[in-house]
Design a protein around this ligand. Structure first.
Ligand code: ATP
Ligand code: IP8
Length: 271
């Protein structure tokens, strides 16, 4: 175990949205070109201590919606729906893992449904010993939004955004990078409102004022789209962890953000 326990830089948490790596207009529509390009960008940025989380996109959301998994266990017929939702997430995760590992990145997948329990949809316990160990040893943990077990609901859907925010706080991350398919956070959904204006910088106080006006997602999304993403990120910002929302569908943005270079996006800071 020589070499372990050396002081590590604070981790960065990178959440790659399902809107980037899948086509949310087609059930199980994967964007392999985006997955490959993002894996290239992560390899080229060569981050020292990184936690990756990805979303469900057209894999997790439509099946979770069909079986009402987020609302919890109500009838026997949902049981297969839970299994299917979790399974398609492992398939999407596998495609992402292939792209990372084939580029020589030491990425290791951590299955949220096996180490996290929620209570009414909120993370209640997280067995993080394997995650800590693999970070200490220089691996890159990769988690994802998943169908998980819940002490009150039986099961539910846990978003990658809640996982990203939770891990950032638990490991006192340097920052959180959120990659989506739009340039940042706007005062209205830029896909449906041509007059929507993007915020370049927001303090927590400013964010709270506009929170009620943010849209969800215009695709199938059981975890509430942009409005809920922002709500999930607030605890991390309160903790002093800056959040940068960038367009991960555009080449080079994630690379630049990981390198700490200037990039178009929305920076949210405590003050
Ligand atoms: P997933 O949940 O599958 O991981 P994601 O995190 O990539 O997906 P969504 O949850 O779909 O992304 O949220 C991104 C979408 O939010 C954008 O495609 C955009 O159309 C929509 N949106 C709604 N309101 C806003 C807003 N105020 N600013 C920016 N985007 C917004
Ligand atoms: O896409 C939800 O995670 P998100 C994942 O990060 C599932 O909101 C299974 C729908």
């Amino acid at each position: 175990m020589r070499g372990l326990g050396l002081s590590q830089p604070r981790p960065a948490v990178l959440k790659i949205g399902g809107s980037v790596i899948t086509d949310k207009t087609k059930e199980l529509g994967v964007r392999m070109d985006a997955i490959s390009r993002l894996a290239d960008e992560i390899r080229d940025a060569n981050p020292k201590n990184l936690i990756i989380v990805h979303g469900g996109g057209s894999f997790g959301h439509p099946i979770a919606q069909k079986h009402a998994i987020k609302d919890g266990f109500k009838e026997e017929s949902q049981i297969i729906g839970f299994a299917e939702t979790h399974h398609v997430m492992t398939v999407l995760n596998g495609l992402f893992m292939d792209a990372l590992i084939w580029r020589g990145l030491p990425a290791v997948s951590i299955t949220p449904s096996s180490c996290i329990m929620t209570k009414n949809g909120r993370i209640m316990c997280f067995e993080d010993s394997p995650l800590k160990q693999l970070m200490k040893m220089g691996f890159i943990p990769v988690l994802y939004g998943d169908a998980v077990f819940d002490t009150e609901l039986g099961f539910t859907i846990l978003s990658g955004d809640q996982i990203a925010s939770f891990l950032a706080v638990r490991f006192n991350a340097e920052n959180i990078l959120i990659g989506v398919d739009v340039d940042g956070l706007y005062d209205a959904d830029p896909k449906t409102d041509d007059n929507a204006k993007m915020f370049e910088h927001l303090t927590l106080e400013e964010l709270r004022k506009i929170q009620g006006r943010l849209g969800g997602s215009n695709a199938c999304d059981v975890t509430g789209g942009m409005a809920n993403k922002v709500a999930e990120l607030i605890p991390a910002v309160e903790h002093g962890i800056p959040v940068l929302i960038v367009n991960a569908s555009k080449p080079g943005y994630v690379y630049k953000a990981l390198k700490g270079e200037k990039v178009k996006g929305t920076l949210i800071e405590k003050e």
